[in-house]
Design a protein around this ligand. Structure first.
Ligand code: NAD
Ligand code: MG
Length: 415
């Protein structure tokens, strides 16, 4: 394993205490998930530089116990109260302290016990802890795109005020970050940037007819051709809602208006995204589709460390191809873009309605084709507000969930 002296001494920007010679203390939020386990894999490969100090997840006591035995974190937390009580009981005689509430989790994240926060809780549930990390000026590795979609203005403001370091982990945004960073090393401004090009695999239904997409099953929707991910983001990738959420995410992260963000379907998922410059140049970041690459990049930034990802073999990839995204067969992409243009809390409403619809689809309550119907109807019914505070955003999120649940009930009858 390679580890630079600078990295271990913590000589990079952000929340790191200069002169701290010990490993960086990492909070892995969403530790039992797909990003969580990839993160823990990269941490294990670079154990002299990083330690898993806090592990948080939702409800699986068994998975969390097994991680606690393996990583011996100082702190652990499960959001489900009953599961958390069981976890505390099981860990009573160990060195791991179980945090008792989301507030305690946020306080721990904000304390000097933590240097780096991997924000990888799925959905709106990740907003409070991500905001806590941002307000406390931490180095944040942001996988939880939903927090930016819901509360982009508040989160970016918190980052700016506290001086937190926000590093995108979503592969597209990490790619753009790398392309912009390469440009900024020579020219310290974004003036020469023409647009951002988000690549999309197209998901499992890329070549399917509208009729077949309408009736696709959960098993078909979560069978992503290139990436291994959690169920919610897999369904979002199948509907292209994921690309819509990513467009909103990119807009906040890189201060780019939605009109300057292009979406191109690239079925091989080798180019993770690109930046187009005014002189005709396009920079792309490439790699095998494995989230350990952006995770390792975020952990070590601005250094590079081993991620365990295989070297990209261009000869076995063969061709890189590109197609237009079809907004008719994939209306979720259009709905997300429209919510971004509307502004205010429309994106938060879009996100909340989508979360309710996706769960109902995964629970076999509605059809795949009903997901955009639930989102569209909810967006029409819930008027957008100015996202002046977290309370306003959470209220709109709750309103949207209530309305979306009513539409789910209506569509349920047909299934
Ligand atoms: P996942 O379903 O595999 O894991 C989600 C994790 O969140 C689990 O550990 C779960 O226990 C935890 N969780 C859920 N609700 C929680 C709560 N209330 N409190 C605490 N923990 C909670 O999902 P994933 O694929 O790892 O995705 C995580 C996030 O990363 C999502 O926002 C997703 O959009 C984003 N992301 C994932 C990938 C990927 O390749 N998986 C790529 C880019 C971005
Ligand atoms: Mg992505």
């Amino acid at each position: 394993m390679w580890c630079s002296t600078d990295l271990c001494n913590g000589l990079y920007a952000g929340a790191v205490v200069v002169g701290d010679l010990g490993p960086q203390k990492v909070a892995v939020l969403g530790a039992t998930g797909s990003i969580g386990s990839s993160t823990l894999d990269v941490l294990s490969r670079n154990a002299s530089c990083f330690e898993a100090t806090l592990l948080a997840a939702n409800r699986s006591v068994e998975s969390m116990l097994s991680l606690c035995h393996q990583f011996r974190p100082a702190f652990a937390y499960l959001a489900d109260a009953e599961s958390n009580a069981q976890l505390a009981h099981a860990l009573a005689s160990t060195e791991t302290q179980v945090l008792v509430s989301e507030q305690e989790l946020c306080d721990c994240i904000a304390s000097d016990q933590i240097d780096i926060v991997m924000a990888a809780i799925v959905g709106a549930a990740g907003l409070q802890s991500t905001l806590a990390a941002a307000r406390a000026g931490k180095k944040i590795l942001l996988a939880n795109k939903e927090s930016l979609v819901m509360a982009g203005a508040l989160l970016m403001q918190a980052v700016e005020q506290s001086g937190a370091t926000l590093l995108p982990i979503d592969s597209e945004h990490n790619a753009i970050f790398q392309c912009l960073e390469a440009n900024e090393r020579a020219i310290p401004s974004k003036d020469g940037v023409e647009s951002i090009i988000l690549t999309a695999s197209g998901g499992p239904f890329r070549t399917w007819s509208a009729v077949d997409i309408e009736r696709a099953t959960p098993a078909q929707a979560i069978a992503h051709p290139n990436w291994s991910m959690g169920h919610k983001i897999s369904v979002d990738s199948a509907s292209l809602m994921n690309k819509g959420l990513e467009l909103i995410e990119a807009s906040w992260l890189f201060s780019m208006p939605a009109e300057k963000i292009e979406v191109v379907v690239h079925p091989q998922s080798i180019i993770h995204s690109m930046v187009r410059f005014v002189d005709g140049s396009v920079l792309a970041q490439m790699g095998n589709p494995d989230m350990r690459t952006p995770i390792a990049y975020g952990l070590a930034w601005p250094e590079r460390i081993d991620s365990g990802v295989q070297a990209l073999d261009f000869l076995s990839v063969g061709a890189l191809t590109f197609e237009e995204a079809d907004l008719t067969r994939f209306p979720c992409l259009r709905l997300a873009i429209e919510s971004a243009s509307e502004g205010g809390t429309a994106s938060a409403v879009c996100n909340a309605a989508n979360e309710i619809a996706v769960q109902a689809f995964l629970d076999h309550q509605i059809q795949f084709g009903d997901i955009p119907r639930v989102v569209d109807s909810t967006l029409s019914d819930v008027t957008s507000a100015e996202p002046t505070s977290l309370d306003v955003v959470l209220l709109q999120d709750e309103k949207a969930r209530t309305v979306a649940r009513e539409y789910v009930e209506r569509f349920k009858a047909k299934v």
